[in-house]
Design a binder for this molecule. Structure first.
Ligand SMILES: *Cc1c(COP(=O)(O)O)cnc(C)c1O
Length: 388
C-alpha cells in the first residue's frame, strides 16, 4: 500500500492480506495458535527474527496484524496496537509510561477518571488533575515529576478544545510525554501525532467501530513508545479476538464517509438550534461563537458529530425533553450510526457533586447529542418536537 495515499484510500486498502480464496479483504483467522514446520521456524518468530503468526493473545495473528496496519495508517503512526476496549488501551499506556506520575487535563471519560482517581493510586502511581482554566499550572506539575500528560480534545461533554501543539511543546520541555484520547474527534477530524503528541488512544467502541456492535480500543505512536505497551497488553491479556479485529477492520473501511456525514449533520443541527427559544446555549466547535472555534479551526479538519445543548429549564424539564426524543435513543455511548442522547448529570457526570459540576461548566439542563447517520431533517424534527 502506498503510504502517501489519502485517508479514505488507506482505510480501505491498507493492511489487507492476500489470501488463497481471493477475498479482497483479510479473512478472520480465528485460531488461537499457529503451527510451524520446524522448531527452528518457531524460534525465528519467538526470538523476533521474523513476524510470523504464533499465538493470538500476543497479537501475532494475521487478522489482528492486518487491523493494526490500518490503525497505524489512520493516525500516520509508525506503529499501532489493537485492544479489547478503550479502557484496556488506556490502562496499558498508564502502566507502561505513567508509573512516575500522570496529569490529566480537563474533563475525561468517566472510566478514565475512575482509573486515575481510584485504581492507579492503589498501586502508588501518583495522579493529578487540572481544569482547562488552570493550564498555567502545567509547568508546576511537570516540575513535581509528572512524566505523562493526558487529555481529550474536544472534551466530554462541554467540547472544550485544547491546543495540542502548544501543550506538547511545554510537556516535551520537561522530557515528559503527551497522550491524547482522540475518540471524540476521530483521525478524520484530528491527527494529534502530527501536532506533536506522542501517543494517541481511541475507544474503537465509538466512531472507529461506528455501529455500536463491538467493544475495542486502539493505540498509535512511535515503535519505541509502543514496545513496552505491547508487553503489558500481552501479559494483561488485553488483545481483541480475531473476530472483533476483523469486524473493526470492516468498519474502518467506511470511517471517512461516516464521519464526514456525521460532521455535516451535527453542524446542520447546531446551526438550526442556535435560534430556538427554549435552548439557552449550543456547544459545538464548528459554531463561530464557540469559545474554542478558532483553535478548533486550526487543529481540526472537521468539527465532529458530538454536540451539547443547554435547555432553558430545570433538570426535570430537561429529562422530560430527553424522554420525548424518539430517534435519539437514551444511551451512554456515542459514535454509532444511530443517534444517541444523554443528560450528563444523570449519566457520565452523575458521580460529581453540584459544585464540582459547576466548576466544570456542566449544567443540570445540559443534553449531549451523538449525531448519527439518519436523515438530518428527521433528526432536527425529532429535537424540535421534543423541545417544544
Ligand atoms: C468510551 C470512551 C472510552 C472508553 O472506551 P471503552 O471502549 O468503553 O473501554 C474512553 N475515552 C472516551 C473519550 C470514550 O468515549
Amino acid at each position: 500500500m502506498d503510504n502517501n495515499s489519502h485517508l479514505a484510500t488507506q482505510c480501505i486498502h491498507t493492511g489487507e492480506l492476500a489470501n488463497d480464496a481471493g477475498m479482497p479483504h483479510t479473512p478472520v483467522y480465528n485460531s488461537t495458535t499457529f503451527a510451524f514446520d520446524s522448531t527452528a521456524d518457531l524460534l525465528d518468530v519467538v526470538e523476533g527474527r521474523c513476524e510470523g503468526s504464533l499465538y493470538t493473545r500476543y497479537g501475532f495473528n494475521p487478522s489482528i496484524r492486518s487491523l493494526e496496519s490500518k490503525l497505524a495508517a489512520l493516525e500516520k503512526a509508525e506503529a499501532a496496537l489493537a485492544f479489547s476496549s478503550g479502557m484496556a488501551a488506556e490502562s496499558a499506556v498508564f502502566l507502561s509510561h505513567g508509573r512516575e506520575g500522570i496529569l490529566c487535563i480537563g474533563d475525561a471519560y468517566g472510566g478514565t477518571l475512575e482509573l486515575l482517581e481510584k485504581q492507579l493510586p492503589l498501586l502508588d502511581i501518583p495522579t493529578w488533575f487540572l481544569l482547562g482554566t488552570e493550564l498555567d499550572q502545567l509547568e508546576h506539575y511537570l516540575q513535581q515529576g509528572v512524566r505523562l500528560v493526558f487529555f481529550e480534545t474536544p472534551s466530554n461533554p462541554v467540547l472544550e478544545i485544547f491546543d495540542i501543539a502548544d501543550i506538547a511543546r511545554r510537556v516535551h520541555a520537561y522530557g515528559a510525554i503527551l497522550v491524547i484520547d482522540n475518540t471524540f474527534a476521530t483521525p478524520v477530524n484530528q491527527q494529534p501525532l502530527g501536532l506533536g503528541a506522542d501517543l494517541v488512544i481511541h475507544s474503537a467502541t465509538k466512531y472507529l467501530g461506528g455501529h455500536s456492535d463491538i467493544t475495542a480500543g486502539a493505540l498509535m505512536g512511535s515503535a519505541v513508545l509502543i514496545e513496552p505497551v505491547f508487553q503489558w497488553r500481552k501479559n494483561l491479556g488485553q488483545t481483541p479476538s480475531p473476530e472483533v479485529a476483523s469486524l473493526l477492520s470492516r468498519s474502518l473501511r467506511t470511517l471517512v464517509v461516516r464521519v464526514q456525514q456525521q460532521n455535516a449533520n451535527a453542524m446542520h443541527i447546531a446551526r438550526a438550534l442556535l435560534s430556538h427559544h427554549r435552548i439557552k446555549r449550543v456547544l459545538y466547535p464548528g459554531l463561530d461563537n464557540f469559545p474554542g472555534h478558532a483553535l478548533a479551526s486550526r487543529q481540526m479538519n472537521g468539527f465532529g458529530g458530538m454536540l451539547s445543548i443547554e435547555i432553558d429549564g430545570t433538570r426535570e424539564q430537561t429529562s422530560a425533553i430527553v424522554d420525548r426524543l424518539k430517534l435519539f435513543k437514551i444511551a451512554p455511548s456515542l459514535g454509532g450510526v444511530e443517534s444517541l442522547v444523554t443528560q450528563p448529570v444523570t449519566t457520565t457526570h452523575h458521580g460529581l457533586d453540584e459544585e464540582e459540576r459547576k466548576r466544570r461548566g456542566i449544567s443540570d439542563a445540559m443534553i449531549r447529542l451523538s449525531v448519527g447517520l439518519e436523515d438530518v431533517h428527521d433528526l432536527l424534527a425529532d429535537i424540535e418536537q421534543a423541545v417544544s
